[in-house]
Ligand binder design. Structure first.
Ligand SMILES: O=C(O)C(=O)C[C@]1(C(=O)O)C=C[C@@H](O)C=C1
Length: 244
């Protein structure tokens, strides 16, 4: 609940798009260098915000003080896309009020991306129970700046994390299926089908560059297991084998 008695919360309407976009533009200017400089003009932000508020699976919520928008949150069913407070109102507790609102609206948990350089925001989220899940080198965002995925695991954390594991395992299953098909294809053209330790070391080293946390030795064991099982599946034929 708002600590500031003058603070009111309400759902954003399409007519609020400009006010939200203007707050966002101002917040991004004030946030440099904690956040990389924004790549869009205020006019582009206004257009983008109107589009976001029009999407059926997106909700905007805003905090007003004296009839002025001083903060807002944009959420989807599983993501907190934006949480911004007007630079003049930072430290007023508005961010915490909005975050509490988002938790009450998404009791099963949600995730967000925050720039790695935005240490203040990361500390704020950590203080409010969000946990760091993964880091990227920034190649997936517009600003190309390293970012961190954080999540609030909600009322049933085990269910929340298992849901995320299921999402990743869907991709992992697809990748394993593609990989065994390639292992099989290579065996068909190789005259000597004995294991190639040098090549397997190269594969483990390449994986270690993507997943340094696991380290080359552990990845070598994982690669060994994947290849052993893939070779066996390839020999047995299995689903997807085309014979001859
Ligand atoms: O690259 C090869 O020579 C393969 O046979 C493919 C493969 C693999 O699945 O990646 C399988 C067995 C070898 O020990 C090394 C790699």
């Amino acid at each position: 609940m708002p600590t500031d008695p003058e603070l009111t919360l309400r759902r954003a309407e399409p007519e609020d798009a400009e006010a939200l976009a203007d707050l966002y533009s101002a917040a991004r200017v004030a946030a440099v260098p904690q956040m990389p400089p924004a790549l869009h003009t205020n006019a582009e932000d206004r257009q983008w915000m109107a589009g976001q508020l029009a999407r059926v699976d997106h909700e905007g919520w805003l905090a007003e003080h004296d009839g002025r928008v001083i903060g807002y949150a944009l959420i989807t069913p599983t993501w907190l896309d934006h949480l911004f407070v007007h630079p003049e109102h930072l430290g007023s507790g508005t961010g915490a009020v909005l975050l509490d609102l988002v938790k009450s609206l998404r009791p099963d948990g949600f995730a967000l991306w925050v720039f790695e350089s935005n240490e203040g925001a990361r500390r704020f989220y950590a203080r409010h129970g969000l946990v760091e899940l993964e880091r990227t080198d920034g190649s997936g965002n517009e600003e190309r700046a390293p970012d961190v995925r954080m999540a609030w695991p909600g009322a049933e954390p085990l269910r929340f994390y298992r849901g995320l594991i299921d999402e990743v395992d869907e991709q992992l299953g697809d990748l394993l299926a593609r990989r065994v098909a390639l292992t099989r294809a290579v065996q068909r053209i190789k005259h000597d089908t004995s294991r190639d330790a040098g090549r397997e070391r190269e594969i483990a080293a390449a994986l270690a560059r993507r997943a340094p946390e696991l380290g080359e030795e552990r990845l070598a064991r994982i690669v060994h297991t994947i290849i052993t099982e893939s070779l066996e599946a390839a020999r047995e034929g299995g689903v997807g084998a085309h014979g001859g």
